[in-house]
Design a protein around this ligand. Structure first.
Ligand SMILES: Cc1ncc(COP(=O)(O)O)c(C=O)c1O
Length: 400
């Protein structure tokens, strides 16, 4: 025996100790009051299904139940996803400018799993990735500043100044969480030009693809370049309204064979943990082919109605400045702290709003962007109305 242990002494690993979710760290400070007199209204969770007003299309359910009842989709799928699912995704997202073959697609556990694989394949210890600020909290620490007054466009000079030898990728999230920004073709091209000058690939998080409002157009990043290699990630979560199904994918756009190692690396990483479950993978061809356009139109109309109401109500509250979202499911709201007696920052705003009005919203701190708060705009209209009414009363009480 080579062990001389005499008692149980089991410690968690460094990996577990270093795991950090900035949203949890901040949200855990926001205390829910079980004795609150007003019912809780949550504007904090980016899950459109929880209020019952955004539902999947029946065709999506049918696609899955067909597989369930076939008894033929219960086995382990291949590590990078079934050929049928990869073929369907390649077909759905291929464009003449950015063609995709089934072998360019890898299935993953949600878009989060896809992002994790992209980071893991591109980065070694000490590498950095340039990420947006404000940005989805899953993205790590380095940040490129963006301007709310310019529809949250990236500060390109700042972005470029941050690139160094260890920069493995620039991460772009369009349409964006938390900003709701939808970048113009010109802005995306300007980011691509920076990437090209410095030979840095792009990870393009397009999980909110096509969820854009009146007058705005979504451009897949890969359609705007023939030279910069891009890992685009997406999934079923938002556009098909099934975040709990955990279906994501990576689309490898590499027309100049710059990514041959990365391609192999991704396929190798896919072998560690299999992607989405077999039933949903088998249903993907039907889901992508048969979901009617009217379903997507209805979702966008509903989001647009909620945005219009949110902008109208919040812009009437003195001390709050909403930034008009152009897509996705969120609205950033600036807090004019100088107008309030005892609200010094976004974390205090969120904490007091919860304590006094039982309304939850996430402080900008969660997205590395203080003095803003993020509202999820997917609750029902009557809940939103009630939340904004309470916020109005709350701000009136705290204004100078
Ligand atoms: C910008 C962004 N990327 C990725 C994800 C993760 O998507 P999934 O739920 O498919 O893991 C989210 C989820 O909210 C998101 O907002």
């Amino acid at each position: 025996m080579s062990s001389d242990r005499t008692n149980w002494n089991i410690k968690s690993s460094r990996t577990a100790k270093q795991a950090h979710n900035p949203i949890r760290a901040i949200v855990d400070q926001l205390k829910l009051d079980p004795n609150a007199t007003k019912p809780l209204i949550s504007l904090s969770i980016g899950d459109p299904t929880i209020f019952g007003n955004f539902n999947v299309d029946p065709s999506i359910n049918q696609a899955v139940s067909k597989q369930l009842n076939s008894y033929r989709s219960n086995g382990y799928p291949p590590a990078d996803g079934t050929l049928q699912a990869r073929t369907a995704i390649a077909k759905e997202y291929s464009t003449p400018e950015a063609p995709l073959a089934p072998s360019d697609v890898i299935l993953a556990n949600g878009c989060s799993g896809a992002l994790e694989m992209c980071v893991n394949v591109l980065c070694n210890e000490g590498s950095n990735i340039l990420i947006p600020r404000p940005g989805f909290s899953l993205y790590a620490s380095l940040a490129a500043t963006r301007f709310p007054e310019k529809s949250w466009e990236a500060d390109l000079a700042h972005l470029e100044s941050l690139i160094d030898e260890k920069t493995s990728a620039i991460l772009v999230n369009n349409p964006s969480n938390p900003c709701g920004s939808v970048y113009s073709r010109e802005h995306l091209q300007a980011i691509l030009a920076v990437a090209e000058r410095h030979h840095v690939p792009i990870i393009s998080d397009e999980i909110y693809c096509d969820l854009v409002f009146d007058g705005h157009t979504f451009f897949p990043m890969a359609t705007l370049t023939s030279t910069v290699p891009i890992l685009a990630v997406g999934g079923l979560a938002k556009k098909w309204l099934v975040p709990g199904w955990r279906v994501g994918w990576i689309m490898i756009h590499d027309r100049n064979r710059i990514f041959s190692e990365i391609n192999d690396g991704l396929h190798q990483l896919a072998q560690i943990i299999l992607g989405p479950n077999s039933l949903i993978q088998a249903a993907i061809p039907d889901i992508l082919e048969n979901t009617p356009a009217s379903f997507f139109e209805a979702t966008i109309q509903q989001l647009q109605d909620n945005v219009n109401l949110s902008i109208d109500r919040v812009s009437k509250i003195d001390g709050l400045v909403p930034v008009n979202p152009q897509g996705a499911m969120y609205m950033m709201v600036g807090i004019q702290t100088e107008k309030f007696n005892d609200i010094e920052n976004d974390v205090q705003f969120s904490a007091k709003l919860l304590a006094e009005e039982n309304v939850v919203c996430l402080p900008g701190e969660c997205f590395n962007y203080p003095n803003y708060v993020r509202f999820v705009i997917t609750p029902t209209i009557d809940r939103l109305e009630e939340a904004y009414k309470r916020m109005d009363e709350f701000c009136a009480r705290h204004r100078k």
